[in-house]
Design a protein around this ligand. Structure first.
Ligand code: SAH
Length: 457
């Protein structure tokens, strides 16, 4: 029997959803994706440039020679998303053969539990007629694909909603992979349109419409659940250093002593970024600010406040305490961030303190909570028991390895954090029924799946 240590109707609904989703046939649903993770395994040398890497380096070097050192944000933006040579636009970097692997690629359980979260928030909002699932930076499309399996399982619950999928993706290569994964045959995907806000469209096997956009602002308004998994850590950061003369921006310059190499320098005088992006009461000596991410958080908060819904952000991160987290990954190893730009992943931890500030007061913020806590609250242990019961020995071993990678504190369990933006009505205490003399206390706040403990027996 399953019971829930929460009160109120939402707890009951989440419990029922979990029960229903747990009944997804294990035999049909075991398809493991296990490999090394984007954990800091070891460092590697800066060799191994390919042709596009050296042309990116030439491009950056001539830019810097012409106009002077560039900000770390500009360096990161060029290296990752330059429309011709950017790391994300030209290749699939995810998986055992790539540079890193993410939770949705490690185990389908991850996406299934997030699928339950999506449906539970839609139900808690009073089952609006429209449900837009919006994923930012969907990679190979595995997370949304696993969520679709939950939607299919919960079809009786979702039948009153018109469900649509909206993917915000800058990479043509990855959007093609997402289409293969979600829409199937390529002829059901419309031809790419260069300058249109919707550059690709299709339908899932179940007939749900899927649209691809380059920017969040192009996604139509409406009740939406937004998911961003390992998206914000890929957005450009500015870096600032406290000096005797005040805050100075860290810039990227060509190294005069080592031809063909780049180096970090500290700007001699304040830049627009160093005067506007560092908090006046900042106590750290070095800070990273992701202004581009801040703008997207503001857009998400505005959308959630105006149209209803929620945003779930999951990423490497901290709560405004860490300093230098900028790092590169290539072939599952740490990589010098200034070596072979365009050939290695660049990433920085998400500062959830900054995210909370950017979200403002129009939405309720929850978390950050550790991935381990979030997944356990969502019922990962019960889902594991069901899968283990129905697996052979080799599947069992793989299941346990994936579970450990996702939840172990030394692996992804503590380093990954979950953060929620919710419509303020979601956290409001339900009104006390008038005329009920026996009711002394106001009813408890409705629980939020993942952020509130659910107990099973
Ligand atoms: N969410 C996936 C992939 C993470 S990698 C997973 O967890 O497996 C980062 C993803 O964000 C990639 O799909 C990348 O192409 C996309 N991306 C990076 N910068 C972007 C930007 N500025 N706008 C839209 N998508 C971006």
């Amino acid at each position: 029997m399953i019971f829930v240590a929460m009160t109120g109707c939402c707890a009951f609904k989440t419990q029922k959803l979990l029960k229903l989703s747990l009944s997804i046939s294990p035999a049909a649903s075991v398809c493991w994706r296990v490999a090394a993770t984007r954990l800091w395994s070891s460092s590697s040398s800066s060799s191994g440039e390919d042709a596009s890497g050296s042309s990116m380096l030439r491009h950056l070097t001539s830019k810097i020679t012409a106009t002077g050192p560039i900000s770390v944000a500009e360096y990161m933006r060029e290296a990752l998303t330059n429309p011709v040579m950017g790391y994300y636009v030209k290749k699939n970097m995810l998986g055992a053969d790539g540079d890193f692997i993410t939770s949705p690629e490690i185990s389908q359980i991850f996406g299934e539990l997030l699928g339950v979260w999506v449906v539970s928030e839609w139900m808690a909002a009073g089952r609006p007629k429209q449900l837009q699932l919006v994923e930012l930076g969907p990679g190979k499309g595995s997370l949304t694909s696993d969520i679709l399996r939950v939607f299919a399982q919960l079809q009786p619950v979702l039948s009153s909603a018109s469900v649509s999928l909206h993917l915000v993706e800058v990479s043509p290569v990855l959007s093609r992979l997402q289409a293969q994964n979600l829409v199937g045959t390529s002829d059901s995907v419309e031809v790419e349109r260069e300058n249109e806000p919707v550059y690709r469209q299709g339908r899932t096997a179940a007939g749900l419409p899927v649209s691809w956009y380059r920017r969040l602002e192009d996604v139509p308004p409406g009740f939406s659940i937004f998911l961003a998994h390992e998206f914000f850590d890929a957005l450009p950061i500015h870096k600032f250093q406290r000096t005797k003369r005040g805050w100075r921006e860290v810039m990227v310059d060509v190294d005069p002593d080592r031809p063909g190499r780049l180096r970090f320098v500290v700007a001699p005088s304040p830049t627009l970024a160093s005067t506007t992006l560092v908090q006046s009461d900042e106590s750290r000596d070095h800070v990273e600010v992701c202004a581009e991410g801040g703008v997207i958080i503001q857009q998400l908060a505005r959308r959630v406040a105006q149209n209803g819904g929620a945003a779930l952000i999951a990423d490497y991160g901290h709560d405004g305490t860490k300093t230098d987290t900028f790092r590169g990954f290539k072939g599952h190893h740490l990589h010098d961030v200034l070596a072979s730009p365009g050939c290695a992943d660049l990433t920085a931890d998400v500062d959830f303190g900054y995210v909370r500030r950017m979200a403002g007061t129009g939405v309720a913020c929850l978390g950050p909570v550790a991935q381990r806590t979030f997944l356990k609250n969502m019922g990962i242990d019960v889902r594991m028991q069901v899968l283990l019961r129905n697996s052979n020995q080799s599947d069992k071993e793989q299941l346990l390895r994936s579970y450990e990678t996702l939840t172990d504190g030394a692996k992804m369990g503590e380093r990954f954090l979950f953060f929620g933006l919710l419509h303020p009505s979601r956290l409001a205490r339900p009104k006390m029924a008038t005329g009920l003399k026996l009711e002394k206390k106001a009813p408890a706040q409705p629980p939020i799946a993942g952020f509130t403990e659910i107990r099973f027996a």
